[in-house]
Write a protein that binds this ligand. Structure first.
Ligand code: RTP
Ligand code: MG
Length: 140
């Protein structure tokens, strides 16, 4: 059993797609082990995306991620990291497959509806960045 970290980004929250995203995860067999709705500070968003600090889109990305509330989740399930990436689809919604969350709910490559950890190591870092140990409840 694996854990991964997911964010429903500000555009998807603003469009009232929280329920649709969560329903999809549950339908695909992922369980929610932790969840909170919050509004990221600039500092928190910068720290989260620190690996992209030198990329040209960094400032814009941080601006977007702090423009409205987000939903932070820990998802649990078999092969959770890869399963979540498949459900999300490609970073750029123009390249995302039909039926993926990004194809359905993204507005642009930046406002692409969801984040999902890209490896088990990232998942561990990202979960610990946003959640205390006692906030994450094993479901399996
Ligand atoms: P994420 O980390 O959000 O799950 O997305 P990802 O792995 O598919 O994409 P990544 O390369 O890690 O980029 C992180 C986020 O930065 C924004 N982005 N903007 N303007 C651009 O060219 C550009 N490229 C990436 C997206 O919001 C992407 O999810
Ligand atoms: Mg990434």
């Amino acid at each position: 059993m694996e854990r991964t970290f997911s964010i429903i980004k500000p555009n998807a929250v603003a469009d009232n797609n929280i329920g649709n995203v969560i329903a999809r995860f549950e339908k695909e067999g992922l369980r929610i082990a932790a969840l909170k709705l919050t509004h990221l500070s600039k500092e928190k968003a910068e720290g989260f995306y620190i690996e992209h600090k030198e990329r040209p889109f960094f400032g814009s990305l941080v601006g977007f991620m702090t423009e409205g509330p987000v939903v932070l989740m820990v998802l649990e399930g078999e092969n959770a990291v890869e399963k979540n990436r498949k459900i999300m689809g490609a970073t750029n919604p123009a390249q995302a497959e039909e039926g993926t969350l990004r194809k359905l709910y993204a507005k642009s490559i930046e406002a692409n509806a969801v984040h999902g950890s890209d490896s088990l190591a990232s998942a561990e870092r990202e979960i610990n960045y946003f959640f205390d140990k006692n906030e994450v409840k094993a479901r399996f």
